[in-house]
Design a protein around this ligand. Structure first.
Ligand SMILES: NC(=O)c1ccc[n+]([C@@H]2O[C@H](COP(=O)([O-])OP(=O)(O)OC[C@H]3O[C@@H](n4cnc5c(N)ncnc54)[C@H](OP(=O)(O)O)[C@@H]3O)[C@@H](O)[C@H]2O)c1
Length: 328
């Protein structure tokens, strides 16, 4: 099979297509014929060895896929060959990938392979962050920073589904149009000067929850704009820095700073809760209540461009590498 691989993480340009034997599923594992692979900001950081978890070498990027069940390892039951699934895999910039049977889910007929490939982490993070950690209630006001990005757009949609009034922050008009289409009632730019005044005009009675995957220059202005018992979700650092927050601010607001880490939630500490969330999210898709936008798609041969684009922050929604377009 073809796979995009490198032994040198110093540049995306070091990745090359190589011929590898198709991987064999071990005990409890499923081999999946990859249709599409999600390419998030984190995948690009991992591909460059710049993420907190360093990959082993040689490295084949790609972790989230939509595809078809191709072979079952010993002990796996409940799946049929050829079933349409999404999965958390490894080495998925390839024609075949291996996933633990526990990380494979059948997908609704109406969900495309590209939608499936960008689903689990972004929507799982949004639901865990907003409902479980922030306890967001209907009619509360939610501000999503980086709202046009992969996890940001998911947070806008989930916030809306939970009945909140959503304000989305994004840097360009084109991004703000996508954020409005995803369900934000109001959008704002991210120019710091006068931002709090523009926010106040948009939400005169204050804001309850902030979902922030950027942690950039808006962190302090957004925190200072929270109302009493506000909740600030620290989701990521797409801004490239880890800023400080004076600890008097949470005290003055009776507010909470809450860390959200879907990887540890789903894979280490609360796998059952994460699995139940995923079932619920897929049920919303099946009922047509959640329509997953697909970001820019790249054909398999353009895996380097896909990684560079995912790192740029220019996209709307999740970037997708289409490995086999014939699979839907
Ligand atoms: N905690 C978790 O479990 C979890 C789960 C998923 C993702 N994340 C984190 O969330 C962050 C966003 O991930 P994503 O996949 O949604 O990324 P993305 O699609 O690239 O979106 C990031 C957004 O951040 C904004 N941004 C502001 N400054 C930026 C900069 N210097 N470089 C790049 N983007 C910048 C951009 O929007 P504007 O230009 O419109 O501001 C962009 O739309 C990452 O740090 C990722 O690690 C965390």
């Amino acid at each position: 099979m073809k796979a995009a691989q490198t032994t040198d993480l110093s540049s995306i340009d070091n990745y090359a297509l190589v011929e590898l034997p198709a991987p064999q599923p071990g005990e409890g594992e499923v081999r999946i014929k990859v249709a599409a692979c999600g390419v998030g900001y984190v995948d690009a950081l991992v591909a460059l060895g710049r993420y907190q978890v360093k990959p082993s070498l040689p490295h084949v990027p790609g972790a989230e896929i939509g595809g078809l069940v191709d072979a079952l390892g010993p002990g796996v039951t409940g799946f049929a060959i050829g079933e349409r699934v999404l999965a958390q895999a490894h080495g998925a910039f390839a024609e075949y990938a291996i996933a633990s049977g526990r990380a494979v889910r059948r997908i609704p007929d109406r969900m495309s392979m590209s939608q499936a490939a960008g689903f689990r982490v972004n929507y799982g993070t949004a639901l865990h962050g907003l409902r479980d950690r922030a306890v967001l209630k209907a009619e509360e006001t939610l501000v999503v920073i980086g709202a046009a990005g992969g996890v940001g757009l998911a947070a806008v949609q989930i916030g809306r589904l939970l009945g909140a009034k959503v304000i989305g922050v994004a840097s360009t008009e084109q991004k703000r149009a996508a954020v409005e289409q995803a369900g934000a009632g109001v959008t704002l730019d991210r120019a710091v000067e006068g931002w709090r005044d523009r926010l106040k005009a948009a939400a005169p009675s204050g804001i309850d929850v902030v979902f922030d995957p950027v942690s950039g220059a808006l962190l302090q202005p957004a925190f200072r704009s929270l109302g009493w018992r506000g909740r600030y979700l620290v989701v990521g650092f797409a801004g490239g820095e880890i800023p400080a927050l004076p600890v008097n601010l949470p005290l003055l607001k009776g507010a909470a700073v809450i860390g959200v880490d879907y990887r540890q939630f789903s894979a280490v500490f609360e796998a059952e809760a994460a699995a139940s969330d995923l079932e619920e999210l897929l049920a919303w898709v099946a009922k047509g209540e959640l329509d997953v936008p697909v970001g820019r798609t790249f054909p398999f041969g353009e895996y380097r461009e896909a990684l560079k684009y995912a790192l740029s922050g220019d996209g709307t929604g999740k970037t997708i590498l289409v490995v086999d377009p014939s699979l839907g």
